[in-house]
Design a protein around this ligand. Sequence first.
Ligand code: GUN
Length: 300
Amino acid sequence: MTASIIDGKAFAATVREKVAVHVARLKADHDIQPGLAVVLVGEDPASQVYVRSKGKMTTEVGMNSYEHKLDVDTSEADLLALITQLNNDPAVHGILVQLPLPDHLNEDLVINSIDPAKDVDGFHISNVGLLATGQKSMVPCTPLGCLMMLRNHHGSLSGLNAVVIGRSNIVGKPMAALLLGDSCTVTIAHSRTKALPDVVKRADIVVAAVGRAEMVPGDWIKDGATVIDVGINRIDAPERGEGKTRLVGDVDFAAASQVAGAITPVPGGVGPMTIACLLANTVTACSRANGLVEPEGLTV
Ligand code: GUN
């Protein structure tokens, strides 16, 4: 079998278009413009790229973008004071603190100081608890994007065997909660899982989120399974010339696509969906904050 490619880039464009339509409606009917504040502490190059890209896409869908770039040695008190100010600012409907934070800052404390209603990352302990108990919450962007692609491909996920490889708070755990919410039989696998190849081989849906280049070989994949590759790993690519690199996922794409029924590529799969879902969460948060109907299809 040769897998069909799940085109995250194209799908993300349709999500952003829906967001833009809803933003325009909020403006026209209610004179409200959603606003997203992004806080970056320090100068991590990868984080700078993400933040720039988030800002650009935020304004492209018609929302306000507020960027707060803080010095690498910003004190916890100063960062918390900024978050309090953003919590109290009615023009700000979503707040994202870019992770990782420098070592001297307590990540849990900082995340849990964000107003849960503005927590567009869905990382606040209240949102984690709401998602785990099947209540309305802000849903972490990457797993939300994966779920949207899976629902779009399969229709119903009910009764399917899903294996999530990776147990992070950002992807693995919320992904498992979402799949369970859609009535999958869910296994969370990780570095200590015994007989991992056998566990993966039973899965109708594989979500790989471990951050290790091409660690899932093609022969772990069940015939016809759907593979969602969350990994974005940069590896050397001497075949492209000296010093060149390329991006690969956590799955051996060439081998897995010979076996799977459908697979997301890297790049162009999950990555574009994450930012699209951040915009979707911001417009959802703005609608909720104003007691308005939420846009359909942009959250679970
Ligand atoms: N760093 C890497 N991914 C993310 C994300 O989804 N949200 C935040 N806040 N930081 C990140």
